[in-house]
Design a protein around this ligand. Structure first.
Ligand code: DGL
Length: 261
């Protein structure tokens, strides 16, 4: 049997994690669920997020994945609560990049752009301060940017206006040289962030999560390599999903499938 990694997100954003996983663990089979039908999660109550996430976890468990990457930052803010009821390992997206920032990057200040829930949860400063108390995290949540990306509306004008709204609040009175893209949807439009703010380094947490996933993956005994592929399911619009699969260059031989849980 082939080892399988489950990946879950509130929508298309977690495909940016699949992208990193495919680069770092090319021989993994990946099963992705994006809950676009219920996206955005970022303005929802914690109770809602937990209920919706448990349905996705149950689906991934029914597909016999070996462990799950919670691609979504918003869902990762409640990972401890989800892990209590889950028999397999959940790898969140916030902890791995926080370790890197706290122990390697070690800036005086760091910016965070994310959903409103992720910023309000304080999970980034909490995880960073567990290892390094000297870093100030300046966070700004957007109630609209993730939903705009999710809708497939890629007009430069709209996207860049939203990015500027969020970034201006962070940069006011702050000398900041690095900013965490703390929502999985944001790396899809990373080129717009970079174009508007060429002097800032934007950090994609997906890379650090994929490195942790690789460690877990390498520790699992491979019984037999029967060929790998990436399977993508969504509760939302297949055509928006397929266009983002193509835009970010996800490798898959399977069509995106609609599945409402
Ligand atoms: N993918 C989610 C995250 O990383 C954001 C989108 C949403 O609000 O559902 O936080």
């Amino acid at each position: 049997m082939q080892l399988k990694i489950g990946v879950m997100d509130s929508g298309v954003g977690g495909l940016t994690v699949v992208n990193e996983l495919q680069k770092i663990i090319p021989d993994a089979t990946i099963l992705y669920y994006g809950d676009s039908g219920n996206c955005p999660y970022g303005n929802r109550s914690q109770k809602d997020i937990i209920e919706l996430s448990k349905k996705i976890i149950d689906f991934l468990l029914s597909q016999e994945v070996d462990f799950i990457c919670i691609a979504c930052n918003t869902i990762s803010t409640v990972i401890e609560k989800l892990q209590k009821d889950c028999p397999i390992k959940l790898i969140g997206i916030i902890q791995p990049v926080s370790n890197y920032i706290a122990t390697v990057l070690n800036p005086k200040k760091i910016g965070l752009v994310a959903t409103v829930d992720t910023v309000q949860s304080q999970e980034y400063p909490i995880k960073i301060h567990e290892k390094n108390k000297h870093i100030t995290v300046i966070g700004q949540g957007s109630p609209t940017l993730a939903a705009l990306i999710e809708s497939g509306e890629f007009t430069t004008k709209k996207i860049e206006a939203e990015i500027q709204k969020e970034m201006q609040l962070i940069l006011q009175k702050n000398a900041i040289y690095s900013v965490i893209l703390g929502c999985t949807h944001y790396p899809i439009v990373e080129d717009h962030f970079k174009k508007l703010y060429p002097k800032i380094t934007f950090i994609n947490p997906a890379h650090y999560q994929a490195l942790v996933a690789n460690k877990v993956f390498l520790n699992k005994p491979i019984e037999q390599n029967t060929g790998t592929d990436t399977y993508i399911y969504t509760s939302g619009d297949i055509s928006v999903f397929s266009s983002i699969v193509e835009k970010i260059g996800i490798k898959t031989q399977q069509p995106v499938k609609k599945l409402v849980l």
